[in-house]
Structures are given as C-alpha cells and as structure tokens.
Design a protein around this ligand. Structure first.
Ligand SMILES: [Fe+2]
Length: 535
C-alpha cells in the first residue's frame, strides 16, 4: 500500500461524501536471553524440511548493523518433543558480522506433517524454544489446511496484536505474510493517524545496509512477532516497503537518486538484510542479486501455494491509457511464465496464490468503466476506465488479462488469490472486461496489522467514513462482494477439499498492546465454482 493510494482513497471519500504447548512456547519466546534478543523463527515448510532462523548477540559490540563482533559457533537442535529428549537432527554453524550475526539452517530429513521443536545454543546457553510443522507428503490426502494471513505491519502505527492472537490459536499450520513486514520511513513518516505509537529505529529513513539491519532487528524485538515466529512456520514474500514505497524494477516513489544515491545499491542493501533477517528459503543470492523469492510450496493433494514477487520486475507505475500497454508488466516475463505453467500443470485441488497487491479491478464513479468503451477509445481512456490505484494490478491490465485468459484457456479451476497491501478487507471475484459475468478465480484481501487506512487518514473513529467509501466501491464494482475499509487485523484461511474459506478478524484498538479481536466476516468459495458465498 502506498501513500499515493491513500491519498487517492481520501479523494474517493471526499468525492462520495491453541494448544497448551503452542501457548507455552509463545510465552517462552518473550523471555529473551541476552544472547538471543531477536527470538527464533522457522519458515517455508517442506514434507521433509524446514528453515530455521535466529540471531545471536555474543557481546556488546555485536549490535545489529554494527558490522562488528566475533565469529560465533552456534549449535542447533530439532526434536519431536519440547523437552528435547528426542533430538532427531542437530548441527553446528558459524556466524559473524559479515551476516549481522544471523543464523539460517535448512534442515532436511524430517518426517512429513509432523510437529517439531527447535532451539539454538551458544556455549551451552540455549535460545527460546520454537515450534514448527513440516508440510504433508506431496501425495497425501489432506482434510484441512489452516493458515494465518497477514500484511502491512507498521511499527510506528501500533502493536502487533494480530501476531499475538494468531500465536495463541495453536491450530495453524503456517502463517503467510504478504509483504510490508516493515516500513522504510523516518520516524514520523508513516504513523497512526499522525501519532507515533512507538518510535522506529533508526529514526531516519533506512537506506544503507546498516540501516536496514537495524530496522529489521527492531521488528524482531517485538514480543508478539517473536511469539508468532516461535509458534508456527512463516511463508513470506515482500512488497514495496521492504525497500521503499511504490518500488518498481528501476526505482521507487520514495527514492531520490540525487539525495539517496543509487537505487540499485539500496535494493542490494535491503535484499541482503532481508535475506539475513527473514525466515525464508530464498532462491536468491543477496551478494550477486541473482535468483528470486517467488516460489511454490505444496500441502499434499489439497493445496499448493505460489508466492509472488510483484516489485522486482515491474514496469514503472503509470496512469491513463498506459495501464493498457501490453509492454508493461507487474510480474515480469519469467515469473508470469512460471506462474502460468505452474497453475496449469498443478494437480493440487486448490491453487492458492500469495499475491502482494490486489488483482481485482476497482472503479469509481456512477458509470461502470467498461461502459465507457466507445467513448474511451475516442478520448484515450484506458479500457478498464481510470484506475484508482495504478500501483496494484489495475495499473497493469495486460498482465491481469494474460493470467485470466490462461486460466480459462487451460480450464484451471479453484484458484484463490490471497492479498495484502491496501490496509483493508475485501472479498472479490476476479473478472476482466471479456469475462464480466463469469469469474475466473476469487480473491481474499486481508487488512493491515497496524498500517493506516480510511478512517485513520481522515482522522475519525472506525465506522463513519469507511462504510460511505465502501458503498461507492460496491456500486461500481459488482465483483466486489465485500469491502471494509476501517479495520486492522488478520485473516484465517481454511482450505478443505470441498471449499476454501477466509475468516476476517479485526482488532478493537491497534494502539493498545493488550487489545482483542473479533471475527467480522467470512466468505467461502466451493470447489469448481469461482463464486463467493457469504458464510
Ligand atoms: Fe502496506
């Protein structure tokens, strides 16, 4: 989500007037050892493997971003019980200032669909214990996959209660984070409706490798983030703010080469810190810049999850008729080919796509944009009308058409996009100009963990302006079955052979570290039919 988009939404408004064990583990993670100040994490579950992560602070010199401190030997253990009586794999790795004292271990040789406990040690002192789960065997019949789904966690805008509440459930196989895990702004640059709830470190905008490392480290001191990282594996991708607002392949809205230096150097710094600090099995070498984060994970015969990167290869944002230009792309050619091939070849019942930026078309105004066609041709109006937010797929119509046409041509059913970025909750059917009455897939958009949305921008309590804006959205967008623009929180996705359902939870008050949440809405899609049902 972008500041630009926020302003556009403001314009729109003006125009319209657990198991006990899991909880115990989460609790342990908050009792930080001075050696393990940033907790433990796991990610990218495979049927036989899991990625483990931690960061060690062997002495006072070894502060994040310092580039100093000793090379340190770290032991790791993974066991079938929380007391580590049954250690099944263990080993030793070294880390040091060259990788900011972070540790990543890609453990293989594990059993499928199994809960494990893991920990790290330095000279006999142990980290908090983490709990994780491997994926089911590729050919296993799986009755239920339950995922927490989050995006847009802004330190200065509040507390990460959605992480705490997801950690306490104890019934999730994994958590999917769709991007904007952190924000790059200087303190005060992006707040809770003008209030800094807690100050970001460093206080200036992050640009250098040291800056990105320090900001990542701060986010990893959050007790709720530590609890959720320690409770379940995460499956993550990045959006723009992991580098800079409204990033595209060659720059970003929030990057000025004249004062902030080479954008390529900034991306390299941000990507290196990300690779060090995040529990992701990157098919990506931060030193050479080669490889990619987009990847696919499988959960038996029930589901596969394709995680997208919509920032590294995209054309620069554009407006007007340029949004129709087939030469412009949001995915890049290689990723689009990979996505299309994977979706068509998949034997999984459900094709879930981790999609950082919303794909459903959003129009404003009293006339549906597609009715403007003949006039639009004459006047140079883009075929889908003037897009509100050209930073999402609305700014890249050709890629959206290409994906939808491919799904239809290959009779690919049961595709579900799960989306973040726009700090609000949506249930959409995916249509295009040529498929208005025949949705091809559905999209569930989760709200921000903390980042500002409509009522925050206007500076009024929830429930006043959001519904007005939502009613305008509904009027012009029949494929949008639900839009709620005020709430912060998270989603829980339940995938079963016969249906796929998203439950949306909104927190009461994001600036209260002890806030609670309640379920506000559920939509599901039944197998074989790309139509949403309120449930
Ligand atoms: Fe965001």
């Amino acid at each position: 989500m972008t500041v630009d988009a926020a302003l556009t939404r403001r314009a729109l408004l003006i125009a319209g007037g657990a198991t006990a064990a899991a909880v115990a583990v989460a609790g342990d993670a908050t009792a930080a050892s001075p050696l393990f100040l940033h907790g433990v994490a796991s990610g990218d579950p495979l049927p036989d493997g899991i990625l483990l992560w931690t960061r060690v602070t062997p002495d006072a010199q070894s502060a994040p971003g310092s580039g100093a401190g000793p090379t340190t030997t770290v032991t790791w253990q993974i066991a079938t019980d929380a007391s580590f009586a049954g250690v099944v794999r263990s080993g030793e790795v070294t880390t040091g200032p060259e990788r900011d004292h972070t540790v990543k271990v890609d453990v293989r040789g594990l059993q499928a669909a199994t809960t494990y406990w893991y920990r790290f040690g330095v000279a006999g002192r142990w980290s908090p214990t983490g709990r994780t789960l491997t994926a089911p065997a590729t050919d296993a019949a799986v009755a239920l996959l339950r995922l927490g789904v989050v995006s847009c966690s802004n330190w200065e805008a509040g507390y990460f209660a959605p992480y705490r509440l997801l950690a306490q459930r104890g019934d999730l196989q994994a958590v999917v984070h769709l991007g904007d895990y952190l924000y790059e702004y200087a303190s005060g640059g992006f707040t809770a409706g003008g209030t800094v709830v807690r100050q970001a470190q460093p206080t200036h905008e992050i640009i250098s490798l040291a800056d990105y490392r320090i900001r990542h480290a701060q986010y990893k001191t959050d007790p709720d983030a530590q609890a959720l990282h320690a409770a379940v594996p995460w499956i993550i991708t990045w959006d723009d703010h992991e580098v800079a607002n409204d990033m595209w392949a060659g720059g970003a809205e929030n990057h000025d080469p004249a004062t902030e230096g080479s954008f390529a150097a900034r991306v390299a710094a941000a990507r290196q810190a990300y690779a060090e600090w995040m529990p992701v099995r990157l098919a990506f070498d931060p030193e050479s810049g080669e490889g990619h984060i987009y990847r696919r994970l499988q959960f038996g015969k029930l589901a596969e999850l394709s995680m997208l990167d919509l920032r590294s290869y995209r054309s620069q944002q554009a407006s007007g008729a340029a949004v129709d230009d087939p030469a412009r792309t949001i995915t890049g050619d290689d990723q689009m080919a990979w996505l299309k091939q994977g979706l068509a070849a998949s034997t999984a019942q459900w094709k879930i796509v981790g999609n950082p930026d919303m794909i459903a078309r959003v129009d404003v105004g009293t006339l549906p944009a597609w009715l403007l066609g003949p006039v639009g041709k004459l006047l140079g109006i883009p075929s889908n009308g003037y897009a509100i937010n050209t930073d999402q797929w609305d700014g890249y119509n050709a890629d959206r058409d290409e994906l939808v046409n491919h799904l239809r041509a290959n009779n690919v059913r049961d595709t579900v996009l799960i989306t973040g970025d726009i700090h609000s909750s949506w249930a959409n059917e995916l249509t295009t100009l040529s498929t208005l009455n025949s949705p091809t897939a559905v999209e569930f958009v989760v709200p921000s963990v903390t980042s500002d949305n409509v009522n925050d921008f206007v500076g009024v309590p929830p429930g006043l302006v959001g519904p007005i804006a939502a009613s305008i959205v509904h009027a012009a967008n029949p494929h949008v079955k639900w839009a709620e623009l005020d709430g912060h929180g998270y989603g829980v996705l339940e995938v079963r052979p016969e249906s796929c359902r998203m439950d949306w939870y909104h927190v009461k008050e994001r600036t209260d570290p002890r806030t609670t949440a309640s379920k506000v809405r559920s939509f599901k899609v039944n197998a074989g039919v790309s139509r949403l049902v309120s449930s």
